[in-house]
Design a protein around this ligand. Structure first.
Ligand SMILES: C[S@@+](CC[C@H](N)C(=O)[O-])C[C@H]1O[C@@H](n2cnc3c(N)ncnc32)[C@H](O)[C@@H]1O
Length: 217
């Protein structure tokens, strides 16, 4: 077993986080005992953060006590692993605008108490103006204007010298352009908005025609 990033483990070449709820798993997947600790396997084909780690992203800025604004939480698969990494003193403000997904997210949050569910459109950060400043804005919303939404939320909620983590689904941005062209263009937009790109990776074949960016503002 190897700790790749704080709180992120590789066990027999599979990603995992420590499970705070012994014997309990909120989604399909395996639990594995190692001594007194239990680990929950993290499937990188279901999670772009997991895929980015598998593809060798050089920085993963989420760690114990991190405060995160998460845009596009869906039913909470990736948030549930990030919740394990940040622990009880960390917090994830999890924004989702689909009521169907949000209802499933609510159930997860009954157990994962460091995830705060917010039913809102990430295009309207004024709807969650009350959240505190965060260490990381995590964006996975598959929208054509995703980068603009990410920049706006970072300018509103990110602490100085802090991180944006963003998954890009090229087909959601423009089906007529090549993924490579799209990634280049979105990275350029981030640079023009004052971000420093720390690293980025394409996620194929784990997530087809997706990329993952870690940037700093
Ligand atoms: C690819 S899924 C996210 C998967 C999730 N991040 C995970 O890894 O478990 C994208 C989610 O973003 C949500 N979404 C898209 N546009 C949004 C917006 N403008 N505001 C809030 N949520 C949005 C969708 O409803 C969908 O649930």
């Amino acid at each position: 077993m190897k700790e790749i990033f704080p709180g992120v483990f590789s066990i027999n070449n599979r990603l995992a986080t420590e499970n705070p709820f012994s014997g309990y798993k909120p989604f399909d997947g395996e639990l594995l005992k190692k001594g007194k600790k239990e680990f929950r396997m993290w499937n990188p084909t279901r999670s772009k953060a997991g895929a980015a780690i598998k593809k060798g992203i050089k920085e993963f800025p989420i760690k114990k006590d991190s405060k995160i604004l998460y845009l596009g939480a869906a039913h909470g698969y990736t948030p549930s692993f990030l919740s394990n990494i940040i622990g009880k003193k960390g917090v994830i403000y999890a924004v989702e605008f689909s009521e169907r997904c949000f209802n499933e997210l609510l159930i997860l949050c009954l157990k994962y108490k460091n995830i705060v569910p917010i039913l809102a459109d990430a295009r309207k950060p004024e709807l969650y103006y009350w959240i505190e400043k965060v260490d990381v804005v995590y964006v996975d919303i598959a929208q054509p204007d995703e980068t603009e939404i990410a920049v706006r939320n970072c300018k509103e909620f990110l602490k100085p010298n802090s991180y944006l983590m963003m998954a890009i689904k090229s087909r959601s941005i423009d089906v007529t352009k090549s993924p490579k062209e799209i990634y280049k263009n979105e990275i350029k937009k981030l640079k023009n908005s004052g971000f420093k790109i720390i690293d980025w990776k394409t996620l194929d074949p784990l997530e087809k025609a997706h990329a993952f960016i870690v940037a700093k503002l």
